[in-house]
Design a protein around this ligand. Structure first.
Ligand SMILES: [Zn+2]
Length: 368
């Protein structure tokens, strides 16, 4: 596979939380954003109000039709290079805005609890949380999957599938007028992905243990947790660790019904970000890197309200208030669990002997 190295795009530290961008936005732009991307304004509000806990950064600013769209990262908790880390990303696909909303709702709870919960304050001294809740603000503003250049950010990493991919859906280079466009050529990622890569290099891939939860909503009846590979059908090198994490979750929360599995058993795709970053983690000699994609099953919402089918955004986002609140609640436990799992990784990561058993079990489960 061919990989390129990104250059630093010169991000700016903004501990005061995006105030520079908020201030520069005229009244008309604020109104426009309130209608089309209220999530961004909500995030900026949290950044302003909780600057004592949140370290905020504008990783890059995208220009689209004379409007400026910041891509923020937020960090909280331990800053030591030894601290295990959880990265939360959402909004890679602009139309799947429920992912950003779930993540921002969770962040808001966390920040409220930090005001009074000494136990949580203590926990955060031992783990670093990094969030990029709106990776594709232009896509979200336009209510579409692709970014401002018409590129599908999760088909845009420099890695090709080994095997047949779904026509179009697996990623293609025909043109930006069709969905799932990978971008013009191999090796040059879009600005949003370069910002994400810079963040990973700075704060994630150099930690002794890191997991990722990347929030999406997809077409399906069930909530799924997917892990690499997406580019080929073979088991990933740390499959034993994934199976240990799956077992940990299912034993701890037997009433939750996420389907935890490798993406490749469903379909292969080109340019998957987490395939790419997994191999980056190996290049950085990171011992443990476990990215997960949460695919919230949106057919659950459609089934109960078929009228949603008439509205493209409705396929990817719950459209009634009570259902929306339920989805915002539904995944909080999983996000909390991921923090605990990172913090306590030495208590569940398998040793060499158990890894062998788990590897065999994974082979039987998914790859025979
Ligand atoms: Zn998605």
């Amino acid at each position: 596979m061919n990989m390129h190295s990104a250059t630093d795009t010169g991000s700016s530290e903004a501990r005061f939380a995006g105030a520079h961008l908020t201030d520069q936005r005229g009244a008309a732009a604020v109104k426009d954003f309130q209608q089309k991307i209220p999530e961004l304004l909500q995030l900026e509000r949290l950044m302003r109000e909780h600057g004592n806990w949140l370290r905020s950064r504008c990783e890059t600013t995208l220009l689209y039709r004379d409007q400026h769209f910041p891509v923020y990262s937020l960090s909280l908790g331990a800053q030591s290079a030894k601290a295990p880390t959880v990265l939360f990303t959402a909004g890679i696909h602009g139309i799947e805005r429920i992912g950003s909303q779930v993540l921002i709702a969770w962040l808001q709870s966390l920040l409220e609890r930090l005001q009074w919960d000494a136990e949580l304050q203590e926990r955060l001294q031992q783990v670093q949380l990094v969030l990029m809740p709106i990776l594709n603000p232009v896509g979200m503003y336009l209510n579409r999957r692709a970014n401002g250049n018409g590129v599908d950010l999760n088909r845009n990493a420099p890695i090709d599938a080994e095997g047949r991919v779904p026509v179009l859906g697996g990623g293609h280079r025909i043109g930006a007028f069709l969905p799932w466009y990978r971008g013009r050529r191999q090796g040059q990622m879009e600005a949003e992905n370069i910002a994400l890569e810079n963040l990973l290099r700075r704060q994630v891939l150099n930690r002794p243990f890191a997991t990722v939860v990347d929030l999406h909503s997809g077409l399906g009846m069930r909530d799924r947790l997917w892990f690499p590979h997406a580019y080929r059908k073979q088991a990933i090198g740390n499959i034993a660790e994934y199976l240990a994490l799956k077992t940990l979750w299912e034993r701890s929360y037997p009433n939750h019904t996420y389907i935890f599995e490798p993406q490749s058993i469903h379909y292969l795709s080109h340019g998957d970000l987490w395939d790419y970053f997994y191999y980056q983690s190996l290049a950085h000699q990171q011992p443990h890197f476990l990215p997960l994609t949460l695919e919230m099953g949106s057919w659950l919402w459609v089934k109960k309200r078929p009228r949603q089918l008439l509205n493209a955004a409705g396929l990817f986002n719950p459209q009634t208030q009570h259902r929306h609140s339920r989805v915002l609640r539904r995944h909080l436990l999983l996000l909390d669990f991921m923090v605990s799992a990172a913090l306590n990784h030495s208590n569940w990561l398998p040793d060499a002997a158990r890894s062998q058993q788990l590897k065999q079990r994974a082979q039987d489960l998914w790859f025979d």
